[in-house]
Design a protein around this ligand. Structure first.
Ligand SMILES: Nc1ncnc2c1ncn2[C@@H]1O[C@H](COP(=O)(O)OP(=O)(O)OP(=O)(O)O)[C@@H](O)[C@H]1O
Ligand SMILES: [Mg+2]
Length: 153
């Protein structure tokens, strides 16, 4: 698993980090965003969409629906803020989007972490003691997951 943490000061830092991540995404990628209120998750989701060629405005998403956008890849946007349990996520049918060849972004993924696939990218937003914002990207890889299984020689 590759982890990178960046201390940020401005909204443009969040946007740049999202655009850099977008270059590493592929059909089927799932990106979970987690961290406190107002730390930049929606800014990050919008910047990912823009970097993936979505021209429509990505709006804050109601928790009962997954919004679909067209870009170079299909782009799906969910927000689990009001979700209280994993069974509640099942009513949204979020997992059905993971296999549709697009990029799925899940804000407040920590509301139902078990729903994320093992190779999800998880982006965490934190306020530091100095008042800056730390953005940490964990890129979980299929290989890291596979290595939990006995290796075939
Ligand atoms: N790296 C940053 N440094 C300083 N301000 C930032 C940074 N990234 C985003 N912001 C600002 O943070 C504010 C909140 O951003 P945003 O709405 O994306 O947060 P959020 O995590 O989606 O919030 P919520 O949890 O309420 O949905 C915006 O005004 C944005 O300009
Ligand atoms: Mg938000």
């Amino acid at each position: 698993m590759a982890t990178t943490a960046t201390i940020t000061l401005h909204e443009q830092d969040t946007t740049r980090i999202a655009a850099e991540l977008a270059e590493r995404l592929e059909p089927g990628s799932v990106v979970g965003l987690q961290g406190g209120l107002g730390l930049g998750k929606t800014v990050f989701a919008k910047a990912l969409a823009a970097a993936l060629g979505v021209e429509d405005t990505v709006t804050s998403q109601s928790y009962t629906m997954v919004a679909e956008y067209e870009g170079r890849l299909p782009f799906f946007h969910a927000d689990l803020y009001r979700v209280r349990s994993a069974p509640e996520v099942e009513t949204i049918g979020l997992e059905e989007y993971f296999d549709r060849g697009g990029v799925t972004v899940v804000e407040w993924c920590d509301r139902a972490p078990e729903i994320l696939p093992p190779d999800a990218v998880v982006v965490s937003f934190e306020l530091t003691e100095g008042g800056t914002r730390r953005i940490t990207i964990e890129e979980r890889t299929r290989n890291a997951h596979d290595s939990l299984e006995p290796r075939q020689q």
